[in-house]
Ligand binder design. Structure first.
Ligand code: SF4
Length: 148
């Protein structure tokens, strides 16, 4: 039984910024068919952020640029929140290592979890969330629920 990191909201946990979940039957079917054991993580809750919390998006760059310094993730009140998002990404990587996960199935377009796309303001642009980018840099394969 292989462990796989999964965005908690995709598993039906109410972790999203608006307090909702985003349960995906396709995700459960994928896990069941392959005998994978999901390890639920929410990088933003692991950062210590509250739920509900303000909506967040990139103002500059995407996850990779936030990891490297020049990127900016901001909330709808205009506050730069790079610090907590970087903490959440680091905690997520710790969970992946503790559980021995080599892949991560993450929620597309989230500023933490986006695997291939994120929001910059209201626009959808290519790029990864901060946790997704950190996981990938550390050898963990990242993909989204939209690729199942
Ligand atoms: Fe879901 Fe990731 Fe957002 Fe948490 S940070 S609610 S796991 S998309």
């Amino acid at each position: 039984m292989r462990p796989i990191l999964v965005s908690a909201c995709l598993l039906g946990l109410s972790t999203r910024y608006d307090g909702a979940a985003k349960r995906s039957e396709a995700v459960f079917e994928f896990l069941r068919d392959r005998g994978l054991v999901p390890v639920p993580v929410c990088p933003e809750q692991l950062a210590g952020l509250p739920t509900p919390r303000p909506r967040t998006f990139f103002a500059l760059g995407s996850g990779a640029e936030v990891l490297d310094g020049p990127g900016q993730v901001v909330n709808e009140q205009g506050t730069v929140v790079n610090g907590p998002f970087l903490k959440g990404a680091a905690e997520t990587l710790k969970v992946a290592r503790i559980a021995g996960c080599r892949e991560a199935l993450l929620k597309e377009r989230s500023p933490s979890c986006g695997a291939h796309q994120v929001y910059r303001g209201e626009e959808i642009v290519p790029g990864q969330g901060i946790a997704a980018a950190l996981l990938e840099r550390n050898g963990i394969r990242v993909f989204s629920e939209e690729e199942l």
